[in-house]
Every structure is written in C-alpha cells, then in structure tokens.
Ligand binder design. Sequence first.
Ligand code: AVI
Length: 327
Amino acid sequence: MSVALAKARSTAFEAINGTEEGGFLDAVLNGLSLPQKAIPSRFFYDKRGSELFEDITRLKAYYPTRSELEIFDIRGEEIAALVPDAEAMVEFGSGSSRKIRAILKALTHLRLYAPIDISPEMLAAEAKALSADFPDLKVVPIHADFMSPVQLPAEIRGTKRLAFFPGSTIGNLEPHEAFQFLQRVRDVVGSSGHLLIGVDRKKDEATLVRAYDDPEGVTGAFNLNLLVRANRELGADFDLERFAHEARYNADHGRIEMHLKSLADQRVTIGDRHFDFRADETIHTENSYKYTPDEFHLLARAARFEPVRSWTDSASRFGVYLLQNQG
Ligand code: AVI
C-alpha cells in the first residue's frame, strides 16, 4: 500500500471511529467511481465547513434563515398556544442556537430541552449557554446521529413531547429518506406528540439559484472546502484552481443541486486510485429539495403526521409547519 493510501486509510479509520460517522475515504472513493461523480453533502461540515455554513446563514442572498427567524419571532406565541401541554422539546441536529432561542422565548411552559447532535463540543457549549439564559429550563443533551434511531434518556420518556427540526434540513434528504425520517420522529414524540419543522418553499428560479450562488462567493468556498478537506484528510491532489462551484435548479426534481465543475481535462489521485475528469464534468455535492405547502402536507400525511397549522414569512419564501402524530 502506498504511503498516501495508508495515510488516507488511517485517517478514514479515525474518521469512522472518531467523531465522524460514515467514512469520508470510502464515500469519496465510491462517489468518484460513479458515472455521475458525487460526494455526500454530510461531509461539508468539518470545522471550516461549519463556520462557512454559519456565514451563509447571514448572507443577504441566503433568505431561508432570515425568513424562518421572522416566522418564529412573529408567530412564536401563536405556536406556543397550539402546544399548551408540551413539556419537553427534542431538537434534531441542533447546531447553532439562534432558532431555538427564538422559539424558547415563546414556549415559556417547556421545562425540558433535549438537543440531539453528532458534535459533543457543540452540544456541551450550547447546553451551557442555554442553561445560563433559560435558568428554569432543564437541558438534556443527547449525543447521537439524528438520522439513526435515537434512544431517549429516562427523564424525557414520560413527558409530552414536541420535536423541532428547523432550517429546511429535511430538504437535504432524498424524499424517501425524508419520509423515513418523519416516521422516526413519530417514534420520538410518541402518540399525539408534535413536530415543528421549517421547510423551504418552491419559488422563482433566480431567487433560488442566487441563494446557493451568492455574489460574495461564500457558498462557493463552502462547496470547494470539500476538496480542501479531501486533500488534507485523504492525501488527495485536487487542484482548487481547476474546479468551480456551480448551483442549478433541477425543476423536474424540485431541487437545487450543487456541483463542483472540472475546468479542464484532468486526473486526480487519491492514494493508488486515479480519477479522470473531462472538462465540464461535475461532482454532485448536494441536493436541497424545495416543497410547496401541498407537497409537504402530502409527505407529512404519508408518514402519518397530520398538519395542524402552517405559517410563512412576509415574502412567502419559507414554510413552518406544526404537525401532530396520528400513529
Ligand atoms: C443545511 N441545509 C438546509 C442548507 C440548504 O439550504 O440546503 C445547506 C446549504 N447548502 C448551501 N447553502 C446552504
């Protein structure tokens, strides 16, 4: 085995057995062997990628975060009045805490908050900060991958539960995965429990594409950071000058796609594997599905969640839905 591949394999070993689930090396080697080359979007979020994503959420062009926060600010009390019995909130993939703060301000009757996140550092930091700001709220962090079945701690099991899944993260799942995810959320909230979820809406193509191809180039840097990560962690030799960020709307599938486009005929080497690129050939790095309210209601009902009420922002760009488990 070559030195580079050995390095790549040991890094991948650490990745699988450390904080990162799923094996970046295998995902890249398998993904680059497909006819349409691809790398799964979950690998965006190394330290730099997470920082860049946080920057994206503050961009003028990236409307989803702003629109969703507007809904929570204006509709918080209305939402709270619809779930008067909820005692515990379980957040899936909590990450940064701007949204939970906005909703916790309104949901004053909650006594427990359980963020689920893959990053123990993020969980610990968030739990500490929230406990300081909401002294009457018990914070019970759950270190887990929210895409897998989650074991609830004992103190949450007996409570009336409300799940929280903001940010249109559901849009990064393929529709069949979104359906399976909603079914797992039903298990977590229990019978007649609720889910409050943020979902980006379909809209004109120009607004959508601009949100994923901002003039400042932050989303481009976020996308290209996958190659920076592959060079650093896997010993790959991607030439960053010879790949470019591309965002396009695929109307047939109702999704934004992000790609990294090769600017020349070139060969990339990872250990003893070679991958040839033609000029203009792309690596598909992300799907972000957009749902009309009707489409989302259909998906929710198929997973046995009944829509209770939904809200949108002043520009009708984003949707927040309160759903109730019918199972
Ligand atoms: C995390 N997720 C909901 C974002 C989205 O809009 O699909 C990720 C993102 N990709 C590029 N910009 C933001």
